[in-house]
Write a protein that binds this ligand. Structure first.
Ligand code: GUN
Ligand code: ZN
Length: 451
């Protein structure tokens, strides 16, 4: 088979390698989806190159963003659950809407989410699905060539909405079947993440037996929420006489294969448990603010060596999926508490890229720009009025974390294949997607009967 070669010649390459090197004088060669080498710009023989040359002397090349907590199934509900706290938000809106999903509404919800993610530079996600029709989410991820971990959400107890649950056996069986069908497919781009939703919607048996299933699927993950809201942790205490993280630990489900979203209301001893077990925290600053949940002590997690990465969470609690907004907030919300030097731009940029890859155990092949890694890449146009006018190292990280947005994203590639060119999706027609979304939302709202 003839290999497909692409040479990208940008203005800068922000590698996020161990030395955080930025190259001003190099191009990057990609062959069959893999970064093969850096080539000095002045050695390129343009007329003789035997592959495609993408010459973009004004653009900055960065690794694709990695979001370690999103809910594609909720994209359709954006703007329909504002100004509520977590448990009301779930009870009054999100559970009824998720329950009303049929395959068509779920498909367009996933597609809308993937469109927004890719056009804002995200190339890898850890997604939590809903109870029903999860295969549709996988089909949408595959069609969009996304790198993703996903899995149906598992709920076998539900005081907030008793009809939105399954039996323990059914939840375990259907999750196992989905993992068998989808884990490690699409050349490893698609992986399974078992998703017991949160302690308040899962029996201890479900939480434990789900964790045991991981051993049949090397590379799969255990994905849940923890300690997000004060009423939630109070209810966990009332039911189990333990703190949320402590309870997970008592069931033996915490390890380096466990990713927990939020981790806001945790004690010092729980933080130590997270560190000791290697558990990953997916920090979701927008969602934490919008639901009024609180501010996670990320500087302390980082100081103690707990894995932290970033995610937008679901569109109805954010209401955006752009990593640029998460990076900016991840930095800003800590400064009044920990001082203006905390969460500097480079630290935050690393959380959005290589630390996300490490959290998901995929840093051996993505998360930075280095030979041997897969070409999950984003080209930014930083020559805009929303940017600073210098392009030294300090300014590049500052521009991307504090000033840039989706409008600066030009091209996006996943494993060597373009999915966005010149700011437009090559997968979807945005207008048609929005129109289809409106149609399906209208029908879903009739089914959901939410006042
Ligand atoms: N806890 C349980 N489910 C959810 C959810 O869908 N979103 C958020 N933010 N927290 C949750
Ligand atoms: Zn979530």
């Amino acid at each position: 088979m003839k290999s497909k070669k692409i040479l990208i010649v940008p203005k800068h390459i922000i590698t996020v390698n161990e030395r955080d090197e930025i190259y001003y004088d190099k191009a990057i060669e990609i062959s069959d989806g893999i970064i093969t080498s850096f080539i000095d710009k002045d050695k390129i023989e343009y007329g003789k190159y035997d592959g495609e040359i993408y010459n973009v002397p004004d653009y900055t090349l960065i690794p694709g963003f990695i979001q370690t907590h999103v809910h594609l199934c909720q994209t359709l509900f954006r703007g329909l659950a504002d100004d509520l706290e977590l448990l009301d938000w779930l009870q009054k809106r999100i559970f009824p809407y998720e329950m009303a999903h049929n395959p068509e509404s779920l498909r367009v919800s996933a597609q809308l989410g993937i469109h927004e993610l890719q056009t804002s530079g995200t190339t890898t996600i850890l997604d939590m699905g809903t109870i029903n029709h999860q295969e549709v989410v996988f089909e949408s991820l595959i069609e969009a060539r996304m790198r993703a971990f996903s899995g149906k959400c598992m709920v076998d107890e539900n005081e907030l909405m008793p009809e939105f649950k399954e039996t323990t056996e059914e939840s375990l069986r259907t999750s196992y079947e989905l993992a068998k069908k989808y884990h490690n497919t699409e050349n490893g781009k698609i992986k399974y993440a078992f998703a017991p939703r949160f302690v308040l919607s899962c029996s201890g048996e479900l939480l434990r037996k789900t964790y045991e299933m991981l051993s049949d699927f090397p590379g799969a993950l255990y994905h849940s929420h923890t300690s997000e809201n004060k009423d939630e942790v109070e209810e966990v205490r009332r039911r189990y006489n333990m703190e949320n993280v402590e309870y997970f630990d008592s069931l033996g489900v915490l390890s380096e294969n466990t990713v927990l979203a939020h981790g806001i209301h945790v004690s010092e001893s729980e933080r130590k448990t997270l560190k000791k077990t290697g558990t990953r925290i997916a920090h979701c600053p927008s969602a934490n603010l919008k639901l009024g949940s609180g501010i996670a002590n990320i500087p302390e997690y980082l100081k103690e060596g707990v894995s932290v990465s970033l995610g937008a969470d679901g569109p109805p609690c954010n209401n955006n999926l752009s990593m640029f907004k998460e990076m900016r907030l991840a930095a800003l919300i800590q400064k009044p508490i920990h001082g203006s030097t905390s969460m500097d731009a480079l630290t935050v940029f690393r959380l959005a890229t290589i630390e996300g890859a490490k959290a998901l155990h995929i840093d051996n092949y993505t998360g930075s720009i280095e030979p041997g890694k897969k070409a999950d890449l984003v080209l930014l146009d930083l020559n805009k009025t929303n940017q600073s006018l210098l392009d030294n190292e300090e300014n590049l990280y500052s521009d991307i974390v504090y000033s840039a947005g989706k409008e600066n994203v030009k091209d996006v590639m996943i494993e060597g294949e373009w999915v966005v060119r010149n700011g437009r999706s090559l997968i979807y027609d945005e207008n048609k997607l929005v129109e289809k979304g409106r149609e399906e939302l209208k029908k879903l709202l009739e089914r959901a009967n939410v006042k």
